[in-house]
Design a protein around this ligand. Sequence first.
Ligand SMILES: [Fe+2]
Length: 265
Amino acid sequence: MQILFIGDIFGRPGRNVVREHLASLLKEHAVDLCIANGENAAGGFGLTPAIAEEFFDLGIDVITTGNHVWDKRELVDYFNAAVNEPYSPARRVLRPANYPLGTPGVGLYEGTSRAGVPYAVVNLQGRVFMANIDDPFRVAERLLERISAKVIFVDFHAEATSEKVALGWYLDGRVTAVIGTHTHIPTADTRILPGGTAYQTDVGMSGPYDSIIGVEKDLVLHKFLTAMPGKFEAAKGNPKMCAALVTCDARTGRASAIQRIMLGE
Ligand SMILES: [Fe+2]
């Protein structure tokens, strides 16, 4: 089974570069499940229901998010409207599962792939250099107890490499893949851990690489040089699509390969 995970789609440049490549990638690699992190898809900050549904139309099955999930109010309404609607497309948009109890939305999606393979997608957020939410390790543990699918994909949206690799080892052998998002910089540590879990600290963003993690360089440089607040805007230059392709056994959920993908315009 082939799973394609697309890193943080950032603003219009990210949406365009993904649109340009996705159909051929899905076909070329016979992708059975496609997941993308979309928390920066709307102008670099948040996600709207319209953009989420555009992604579904392109062939993305499940969308994960992270700390920017609340940036667009419409997404909260989208989550709330889907509370008693298990088949609503809004259920395929996740927020980190370790947000406090009662937060709108859910952090787990359980579905069936195009080829009929049951799978689960879990979205978690780190706590190191980020908001102090619930423990992602123990929340993962609790979720695993109730997931029956063997193919389990985890997007760990976190800042610190230590916390990310720790979760990778913690879940090794129990999930198909632990892949990090949030830093927008792809890391070269794709590997299969001994228990059969595909791992990468950060898949990198799908967005403008002539930028500072997606934002116009001058605006971020001004902040570093003056320590004064300023409005951030999405950059445009040099868009690239970053993704990871995970190959796994559909019956056991164990991964056998992980490949980094970076494509330009
Ligand atoms: Fe983030």
